[in-house]
Design a protein around this ligand. Structure first.
Ligand code: GLY
Length: 380
C-alpha cells in the first residue's frame, strides 16, 4: 500500500504496522480539503463512494467532494441519519443497497466522513460488500479520531448490546482533520477527551502528565495541543493494534473504563443523558478506585485520575450522573454479558498505577458488586 505521507508540513503521519493490511494515520489541520490529493497516489479506482451523516454532510461533504473531483475521482455520496440508532440492521441494509445502486467494483473505496457511527457502519458495509471493499476513515469527532477510526473494528448494535455484530476490517488510510473539531460541541469534545486520557492511563504516564498541564487547551480548541493529543493517542492505539489486531490479548487494555462504562451506558439506555466518553470517564475513575481498593494501585494515583477528569468537566462518579436509579446488581449483570467475558468471568482492566494498566480476570463478581454498591451509596 502506498503511503499517504505528508505533502505539507502541517501534518503528522503515524504508521499502523499490520503487514499487508498496514496503513497510515494522517493527523493535521485542513485535511478535508486534501482527501482527494492524499488518496490519489494510493487508490487505483476511478470512483469512490463517500458515506456521511445528516449532521456532518452539511459541514464537510461538499469540501471532500470538491477535493475528490479535483484529484480526478468520480464520486457518489450517501447520507445516513445521524445518531447511534443508525447502527442497526435496517440502516445497514439501506446503506449497502444504496451503495450497490450507485455502482461499485471490488476496488471501489468507501470513504467514511463523520464520527464513530458513520465509521463503524461504513467499515462494516465495506467488509461485507462484494466480500470486501477498501475503505478510508475521515473521522470528524475527537472520539473517532483517537479511537474508533483506528484499528479496524466495525460494527452495528444488537438489541442485546452494543457492537455485537461486526467484523475486523482495517481501513486503508485514516485522515484525521483536527480542524473539524472546531464545529464539535464542547460536551462532545470532552467526551472524546476521555479516550485521550485513557492512553495516558494505559501505558504512558508522561502523556498523562502532559494532559494534566494541557488538557484544558485540548478541550478548549488549541489546534497544536489537539494535534499532539490526537497523534499521541493514535500512536498508542496503533502500537497496541499492531501487536494484537484481533484482541487475543493486550488489545483488551483499550477497554480501560469500558467494562464499567458499557454497563453504565446500558443502564442509562444509551441515551444523550450519558455519552459514551462520559461513561468511560466514570469507568476509568471506578477502575482506578477498585485498583486502589484491591491494593494494586497507590490511592494517590486514583485521586489524580479523578482530579484531572473533573478539571476538564468530565463526570467521575455516580454523584455526577443525572440518571437516577443506579443498581450495583444491574450493573454487574451488564458486566457479565460484556463481549470480553471469558469462561463466565468478567474481564476488568485495572491498574498498578498511572500508565500501568493490566488485564485481570480474577476479580470475583461479588467483589465488584460490593464495590459498586458502596460507590452508588456514596452518592449524596
Ligand atoms: N475501542 C477499542 C478497540 O478498538 O479495541
Amino acid at each position: 500500500m502506498r503511503s499517504v505521507a505528508a505533502a505539507t508540513p502541517r501534518v503528522d503521519v503515524q504508521h499502523v504496522d499490520l503487514g499487508a493490511r498496514s496503513y497510515d494515520v494522517v493527523v493535521g489541520d485542513g485535511l478535508v480539503d486534501e482527501v482527494g490529493g492524499r488518496l490519489r497516489p494510493m487508490l487505483s479506482s476511478p470512483r469512490v463512494v463517500v458515506v456521511s451523516d445528516a449532521n456532518v454532510a452539511p459541514l464537510y461533504l461538499a469540501r471532500v467532494e470538491r477535493s475528490l473531483a479535483a484529484a480526478g475521482f468520480a464520486c457518489s455520496s450517501v447520507v445516513v441519519p445521524a445518531g447511534e440508532g443508525t447502527k442497526d440492521f435496517a440502516h445497514l441494509e439501506d446503506l449497502v443497497e444504496r451503495i450497490v445502486v450507485v455502482g461499485i467494483e471490488r476496488t471501489t473505496p468507501l470513504i467514511a466522513l463523520g464520527g464513530g457511527v458513520v465509521g463503524d457502519i461504513t467499515g462494516l458495509a465495506a467488509g461485507l460488500l462484494l466480500r470486501g471493499l477498501p475503505y478510508v476513515q475521515v473521522p470528524t469527532t475527537l472520539l473517532s479520531q483517537v479511537d474508533s477510526a483506528v484499528g479496524g473494528k466495525t460494527a452495528i448494535n444488537s438489541r442485546h448490546g452494543k457492537n455485537l455484530i461486526g467484523l475486523f476490517h482495517q481501513p486503508c488510510a485514516v485522515l484525521a482533520d483536527v480542524g473539524t473539531l472546531a464545529t464539535l460541541e464542547s460536551r462532545q469534545v470532552r467526551a472524546g477527551y476521555a479516550e485521550v486520557v485513557k492512553y495516558g492511563l494505559i501505558g504512558n504516564a508522561a502523556f498523562f502528565a502532559w494532559l494534566e498541564r494541557n488538557g484544558a487547551a485540548v478541550c478548549s480548541g488549541d489546534v497544536d495541543a489537539r494535534r499532539r493529543a490526537v497523534l499521541t493517542s493514535c500512536a498508542a492505539k496503533g502500537a497496541i493494534v499492531a501487536a494484537d489486531e484481533r484482541e487475543a490479548g493486550e488489545r483488551a487494555l483499550l477497554n480501560l473504563g469500558h467494562t464499567f462504562g458499557h454497563a453504565l451506558e446500558a443502564e442509562a439506555g444509551y441515551s444523550d443523558t450519558l455519552l459514551h466518553g462520559e461513561a468511560v470517564a466514570v469507568g476509568m475513575a471506578l477502575a482506578f478506585a477498585l485498583s486502589a481498593r484491591l491494593g494494586l494501585c497507590p490511592p494517590g494515583d486514583a485521586d489524580r485520575v479523578v482530579r484531572h477528569l473533573a478539571a476538564v468537566g468530565l463526570p467521575t462518579g455516580f454523584a455526577d450522573l443525572v440518571h437516577g436509579a443506579w443498581s450495583a446488581e444491574a450493573l454487574v449483570r451488564h458486566m457479565t454479558r460484556d463481549k470480553k467475558v471469558q469462561d463466565g468471568r468478567i474481564t476488568l482492566i485495572l491498574a498498578h498505577g498511572i500508565g500501568q494498566a493490566v488485564i485481570r480476570r480474577d476479580v470475583e463478581a461479588d467483589t465488584v458488586r460490593h464495590f459498586l454498591a458502596e460507590a452508588v451509596a456514596a452518592r449524596p
